[in-house]
Design a protein. Structure first.
Length: 167
């Protein structure tokens, strides 16, 4: 039996957020699904829940890497729930599972995921999020995007470039 693979995009952001970020996350999940990209996230509410809802409504795939040990903690739009019992350390798994990361808003958990992605060479795209600086005050190589639509287009282009020989 052969399986199938779809690239996963990590959607990272706060577990509690206002309507503006929820709308952005919903749009991101939906647009990524429309481009046949799955999403991987922390599996809870806020940005994660809204992105999963958008993806599911577009018949997409959602994976939730949960901080706790109970798969029932996942938001109702997670298709595949992976309980880890690792707490915030699960952020590393979310990032490692992603071909690219989209940061929407966020607190220190989001910042940790951005840092891990940058350290591991995983492209990071951001809308209304952190742009950390290095020890010399230079901004990190995050692709700052003016909208979710711009971000998803850039992610799609980046993933096509990664899968193209010589790209």
């Amino acid at each position: 039996m052969t399986g199938f693979r779809i690239p996963l995009v990590g959607i990272i952001g706060p577990g509690r957020c206002g309507p503006e970020l929820e709308t952005l996350a919903y749009q991101a999940g939906r647009l990524l699904a429309e481009h046949n990209l799955g999403i991987v996230c922390g599996g809870l509410e806020g940005v994660m829940g809204a992105a999963c809802k958008g993806a599911i409504e577009a018949d997409g795939w959602t994976v939730g890497i949960l901080p706790g040990s109970d798969a029932g903690d996942a938001n109702p739009f997670v298709r595949i729930a992976i309980p880890t019992g690792l707490g915030q350390s699960r952020n590393a798994i979310v990032v490692r599972a992603a071909a690219a990361v989209l940061a929407l808003g966020g607190g220190f958990g989001t910042l940790s995921e951005i840092a891990l992605a940058l350290r591991w060479g995983i492209p990071v795209f951001g809308v209304k999020t952190w742009v950390p600086v290095d020890g010399e005050g230079q901004p990190a190589p995050i692709h700052e995007c003016s909208s979710v639509q711009v971000a998803v287009s850039a992610i799609v282009d980046a993933l096509v470039d990664q899968s193209t020989p010589g790209g």
